[in-house]
Design a protein around this ligand. Structure first.
Ligand code: FES
Length: 273
């Protein structure tokens, strides 16, 4: 069993938990993920590792209440335990050779952008961290984000923090101002990552995206997480989750992401409403 040693509500829909999982903490790297199961009857859910403490033997996860399992996870408290916590899975983000970059996080992608920005910043890279939220009340991890970059830009859809617009607009502004990034890393909803790739294609800026498709086994066997990248079939769980964004077939990924929406809505309705 994997005890929850810390629970922190970040905003009305997003929660952070620290899970005691020493073997996972020992090998975890930014960009990798875990798959958890709450109990015998639970579904397997992948979550990107948001942080880890090798000495304490803990792994941090951040999740949004979007369905039955994440609602159930959110109902647990410090002292409760998860049945399974498998990882670290996937390939770590490759940080070598990155000296000046923009890390872009939209929505819950901010939680994943944070450890990646921190790893790059700690390695000496100049990091512009551009994050977006719907409004100022949903802003999470502000202090942590500030400490993980050279320059933090927080955008809100409604402008309630005084900075109205999308992360893509902030990126465009940086590019127009002559910021010559060697790499852009985008993490968040598929349309946002696609838009970032469209902006960086012509100036030929290497762009890494973190793909989060439906996953089942997380070990490359079920095919649930397959994507087309550069005309080849790839599995996000073993070949990714990071990929060259300019080669990803986003339209196919978006269509596959919509496949189980009716079933997801039904499960949520059945268990929660
Ligand atoms: Fe099954 Fe990736 S989750 S192949």
């Amino acid at each position: 069993m994997y005890p929850i040693v810390k629970k922190r509500v970040l905003n009305e829909t997003v929660t952070l938990m620290e899970i005691e999982a020493p073997l996972v903490a020992r090998k975890a790297m930014p960009g990798q993920f875990i798959i958890f199961r709450i109990d015998e009857e639970g579904e397997r859910v992948p979550l990107t590792i948001a942080g880890y403490d090798r000495e304490k033997g803990t792994v941090t996860i951040i999740f949004q209440k979007v369905g039955y399992t994440t609602e159930k996870l959110d109902s647990l408290n410090e002292g409760d335990s998860l049945l399974d916590f498998v990882g670290p899975l996937g390939e770590p983000t490759k940080t070598e050779g990155i000296n000046r970059c923009a890390v872009i996080g939209g929505g819950l992608g901010v939680a994943i952008a944070y450890p990646q920005a921190k790893a790059l910043h700690d390695a000496g890279a100049e990091v512009d961290l551009i994050v977006g939220f719907r409004n100022e009340h949903l802003i999470i991890l502000k202090d942590e984000l500030e400490a993980a970059c050279t320059n933090l830009i927080i955008m809100t859809d409604d402008g309630s923090n005084g900075n109205k617009g999308f992360v893509t607009q902030a990126l465009q502004k940086q590019l127009d101002a002559g910021r010559n990034y060697d790499t852009v890393i985008a993490i968040g909803p598929l349309p946002m990552m696609k838009a970032v790739c469209d902006m960086t294609r012509e100036p030929k800026i290497k762009t890494i995206v973190s793909m989060n498709p439906i996953m089942i086994d997380g070990t490359g066997m079920c095919g649930g997480c397959r994507l087309t990248v550069g005309g080849e079939t790839k599995f996000a769980c073993v070949d990714g989750p990071d990929f060259d964004g300019h080669l990803v077939d986003f339209d196919e990924a978006m269509a596959r992401g919509r496949m189980f929406r009716p079933e997801e809505a039904k499960a949520r309705e059945k268990h929660i409403c």
